[in-house]
Unconditional design. Sequence first.
Length: 911
Amino acid sequence: MTQAPKYVYYFGPEGTEGNASMVNLLGGKGANLAEMAGHPDLRLPVPAGFTITTEVCTYFMQHGGQYPPGLKEQVEEALQKVEKAMGMKFGDPENPLLVSCRSGARRSMPGMMETVLNVGLCSKTIPGLIKKTNNPRFVYDAYRRLIMMYSDVVMEKAEGIEPPDGMGIRVQLERMMEELKHKKGYEKDTDLTAEDLQQLCEAFKAKVKEVLRKPFPDDPFEQLWGGIAAVFKSWNGKRAVAYRRIEGIPDDWGTACNVQSMVFGNMGDTSATGVAFTRNPATGENQFYGEWLPNAQGEDVVAGIRTPNPLNKATKTEQNKHLPSLEEAMPEIYQQLLDIRNRLERHYKDMQDIEFTIQEGKLYMLQCRVGKRTGTAALNIAMDMLKEGLIDEETAVLRVAPKQLDELLHPIVDPNAEKKATAIASGLPAGPGGACGQIVFTSEDAVEWTKKGKKVILVREETNPEDVEGMRAAVGILTARGGMTSHAALVARGWGKCCIVGAGKIKVDPEKKCMTVDGKTYKEGDWVTLNGTRGIVYEGQLPLIDATENPRLKEFMALVEKYRKLGVRTNADTPADAKIAREFGAEGIGLFRTEHMFYGEGSDEPLFILRKMILSRTAEERRKALDELFPFMKRDIKGTLEAMNGLPVTIRLLDPPLHEFVPQDEDKQAELAKAMGISVEDVKRRGEELHETNPMMGHRGVRLGITYPEITETQVRAIFEATAELIKEGKDPHPEIMVPVTCDVKELDLTKQIVDRVHAEVEKKFGVKISYLYGTMIEIPRACLVADKMARTAQFFSFGTNDLTQMGFGFSRDDIGGFLPDYLEKRILMADPFQTIDQEGIGQLIEMAVQKGRATRPDLKIGICGEQGGDPDSVEFCFKVGMNYVSCSPYRVPIARLAAAQASIKASRKK
Ligand code: PEP
Ligand code: MG
């Protein structure tokens, strides 16, 4: 018989089988528990346990809830090792071991999957545990928690039961507990006596049977396997699926299940539980930062039910300064924890997020993982650790996710306006920056309102991972309860979203959709402004401003420049945009869409002339209109070349969807008729003649110049004259003429004849030498297939991945909104291909074109100017296929620069 693969990995004081590198197999939690327990530099006090691999989860999912053969035996064997290490026995009436079953995927998904604690408590083991602990209150408290959690997670959720709101088993049991407290005149859960809890447990079990029509299992092994199955099933729970969609985590990774000996933070006043970060996750400050609760179990901290105590004196806040810190309450344990903190940082060389429990004065480590952090914190931690000698420059560059830069460049509440404003409440600064929006009180409303184009602040009583979609949609999140380590705070921080939690003054009434602060009521739709960096809530709309001139950021970007090899340009259509992009570090313009002069401010006159040109019937009429348009073209091009003085500017020849410019409104039609000396009817008729069934594939781009060479000629003249004038003014312009929507080299050749002729004429007229490049967009699949020929004439290629994606997929770029959500939902696509390059398909077209193009012309300059050019994954792809530069919108330039540097570092490390 062949031996079953290894499915179960033990960790504990001796003989740990896994390590931190085995994240894919053991999940983040499992791999790090093994590392903490087993690595010779660490050997931390980790309660013994074992990890069932992610492969088992995948098997379980593919085989309708069956486990692979051999698993049972491996679990039994590992459990025996755990029993030996802990000196207790699972299910033993005298000396019972209790365990937890926890999820843990490759990437952390805080609060999105399930956990069951205290597994193994039953009528057989309860008396023994009471005898052993001499603490019946603790035992019955643990038991009532087990019943609540287990019935909710294993018997209800994992069974796919979806009770109506407020009718879930957990809520029903919570209500029973509240009723008992009320009847007895108690305030806190801790007021409940052992007898109260014992009676409550009996009542709970009766309720579970009544509601779920099954008895609560009294067999420890049934509980254990129920817990394991529930963890695996929770991989496909609603929250987990929604979170994976947002974070782009593949469905087939699966979660591991960690079965670990229970240690108890709720055994009395010398017991406690806590969560900490080795550095401040909001600001990055090099300060041990965390929260703890005396006499509590782990989920009490993260569930955001009680406002937790501060970890140490240095990190007390307005909200928790009255509560004793761990440093004050248990100084020895605090020192031990501080020492562990230092060892963990030295070992992992990164900020860690840890969970710990203190059982009757003894410290245990329950988790450590790389901590989620804001963009500000990521930047500060990277630069500090570099200075401390913990990491090298390359690692520092890799430590800030390109998307996080966005947050550093994004708005904060205008400090001047803030000085004058009156705060209505304050809470914990869980996610940075500023946000201003209309308040809504449910996750669904946040999603709905956002869809309608509104900016909303999601206000909730407490933080609840089920709100993940609403949190994502909202511009900011505000909660009345919870701490910095509550799940919602973690999630918001991971996204760099402005978030304030634990604003205790706020009384939320989700049913009436309003909140009350100091007696004043705020209704759904009222405006508030949040300062997530300081944790302050303001009434009304305060202005937001850009967070510029951060010296730390400048230092970091200087490092980025040191490692970046791929060029970064910008897509800019106005001198103003060009200027901003230059400040952000753009090295030129990769796409100047000349049509811009017909939109927006100051466009009335050129648009009017363009319309005349479009509706012209004869070359003569057209030429007249073009002559009128010429000065506008030249002015725009000159301004942009000037703003980018010394740097290349890729000017694209007109690529207007003509029908969009045909006037629909009667007044405009009349005006045009008058100017052209024709009737309104004529204007209408000519407009109708321009109608195309499929304008995206119609008379656009180079085709326009093929039919009407005078259009090309006028533009090219404007480009060369603008250049000549600048040269004469002592400037250094670098124009690159780009022909759009080409599919054959002959289009390029014909256009080039015009370019050559006009070039000679302008050089002669101005008496200057004008150098320029001539190239094409590659945005039609056929152009990729014949790229070797295209490169005979083109000196550069710029991939127009908007159109290339449109024509490669056959997905209309303007209509994809109608079906993309289904494609993402059904996992046909993992991401919107118009935002991030589809490397599998469109990527092949790109690679082929790069290779073919360079085969003809080895020094062919190649870039990208589609929207994907600012997307970090696409930037990495562009680097890998050998492009010279990417081009993106001005605000994404720093992001692209960082992504480019990271791509080079990753590539050189691979080598
Ligand atoms: C493209 O197609 O990728 C492109 C940049 O051109 P446009 O979006 O103007 O069609
Ligand atoms: Mg295009």
